[in-house]
Design a protein around this ligand. Structure first.
Ligand SMILES: Cc1cc2nc3c(=O)[nH]c(=O)nc-3n(C[C@H](O)[C@H](O)[C@H](O)COP(=O)(O)O)c2cc1C
Length: 457
């Protein structure tokens, strides 16, 4: 069988993900593996049509396509996203149609699920026969149990192909035709902010420009509008981890992204991110920008900011996109106020845009930050455990920051709390107390809340 591996790491052959592919190659010498380093070679693929067609010819000859990608900022790397965009831009969908495919990723399992959903959906869009995915923690291959699991995956996929199974499609085609947004004449509300407002868009698009205009006009005082296309960004994240020791980036002194982010975005009180959906995510330019923000490694960069989104495109058909953006910015410590898209909705776009401006302002005035949900909390626990474990060797700045900011909240340092719960554990194990406790569980559960209602606090 000829297996084409579409490799999504900017590091090419020396990437962690490729070690998983190479291991399969070693174990299945009867199959031919062809590696296409789509993310690493993106500039050549973009500029050299001959090279792009050469790659497409290889894919045409494949019996099976393996998407092999690492997780970069809750998704595929910006370069890999660009490769996927190019398939559609150059209208090469037919080449992929009807081919069996599966996906393998390496990561620390932070939003690997939504990244795999994306690849599944793109495979469905391309008319491929998507079988399954394998999401490896980056260290899985170092463990014999992990290697066994990986081979199990390969056996499963090869057996499915041998049996000519017809996998179910999971994603409908996106049903969206852009309707021109015609902003209404007057604005009912004007908000005095006294706050610094930054709007960051990737580029100019019809509806988006008008939404931004409406949004800007919803503020009495000045707003700052920036376009990624104007920011000096020399390239995508290299995955080199030079940011690990002290948050220095390989691009420092080479381009202006870091200065732009630190001076213009990080200093704003209200931040609005604006973009147009391309395939099932924002543009690869947006993705590249988010990847590059990794110079901050796993430290929160937008604590206390009010964040909103203006999106042109079928946002409500892409719950994973909303989930991803919400999670990323929630993890950064921001208050996610809302998303507005230009899709048909019961409320007018005018109202939604102006309402968003109003709510961002109120949130900012009140310094309102809602508690993090599972997204922010679970994400932080993954990072805490990873950095405390082996990753502190690489991410020294995170280790120092987590220690300083109390993010290493385990083992529980609350000595008296721990002592109390240990005693309570034994006391409530006494049969007659246990019986009483479970008989009256609702009352037991609110025992602690009495304090909140006491007059003293
Ligand atoms: C810039 C950057 C962003 C990352 N973002 C994520 C992420 O969102 N979720 C996750 O689980 N792992 C994330 N990781 C960890 C990588 O997915 C993991 O190290 C992977 O094995 C790298 O694979 P590669 O060597 O093939 O590029 C990130 C790593 C880097 C360098």
């Amino acid at each position: 069988m000829k297996i084409i591996c579409l490799c999504g790491s900017p590091k090419g052959p020396v990437s962690v993900t490729m070690q998983y592919v190479k291991y399969l190659e070693l174990k299945y010498p009867q199959h031919e593996f062809v590696h296409i380093h789509a993310a690493q070679q993106i500039h050549r693929l973009e500029k050299n049509m001959e090279f792009f067609d050469e790659i497409m010819e290889k894919i045409k000859s494949a019996d099976f396509v393996l998407w092999a990608f690492p997780l970069y900022i809750l998704h595929v790397h910006g370069n890999f996203k660009r490769f996927i965009e190019l398939i559609f831009e150059f209208k090469k969908e037919k080449i992929f149609e009807g081919k069996y495919c599966a996906a393998i990723s390496s990561s620390i399992n932070f939003y690997d699920n939504t990244a795999h959903n994306y690849i599944n959906a793109i495979s469905d869009d391309l008319g491929m026969k998507y079988i399954d995915f394998f999401s490896a923690h980056m260290n899985l291959l170092t463990k014999s149990e992990g290697r066994k699991k990986l081979l199990g995956f390969a056996e499963y996929i090869f057996n499915c192909i041998d049996s000519k199974i017809l996998p179910a499609k999971h994603y409908d085609k996106i049903d969206y035709i852009e309707k021109p947004y015609l902003p209404g004449a007057g604005l009912e509300r004007k908000s005095k902010t006294g706050k610094k407002v930054a709007i960051l868009a990737d580029n100019h698009y019809n509806n988006l420009d008008k939404m931004i205009e409406r949004f800007k006009n919803s503020f009495a005082d000045e707003t700052n509008l920036y376009y990624l296309s104007d920011v000096d960004i020399k390239g995508g994240c290299l995955g080199c981890l030079k940011c690990g020791p002290d948050n220095k980036c390989a691009y420092d002194k080479k381009d202006g992204l870091k200065t732009f982010f630190n001076d213009e975005i990080k200093t704003a009180d209200i931040i609005v991110f604006a973009g147009k959906i391309r395939d099932r995510y924002l543009s690869s330019e947006w993705k590249t920008f988010l990847d590059r923000l990794f110079f901050n490694t796993h430290q929160k960069t937008l604590i206390g900011k009010q964040v909103g989104f203006l999106i042109s495109g079928p946002l409500w058909q892409l719950p994973d996109l909303k989930e991803n953006l919400t999670s990323y910015f929630e993890f950064q410590g921001a208050n996610i106020v809302d998303f507005v898209s230009d899709e048909p909705s019961p409320d007018s776009i005018d109202n939604q845009v102006s309402g968003l401006a109003e709510r961002l302002t109120i949130g900012s005035r009140l310094d309102y930050i809602k508690p993090a949900t599972f997204r922010g909390i679970a994400g932080m626990k993954i990072f805490r455990d990873e950095i405390y474990g082996s990753l502190k060797v690489v991410f020294k700045a995170d280790h120092k920051n987590f220690k300083k900011t109390g993010l290493y909240d385990f083992p529980q340092r609350n000595f008296f709390g721990q002592m109390f719960s240990n005693v309570a554990y034994w006391v409530t194990s006494l049969k007659f107390i246990e019986k009483k406790m479970y008989a009256d569980m609702p009352k037991f559960m609110i025992l602690n809340y009495r304090r909140a209602f006491s007059k003293k606090i």
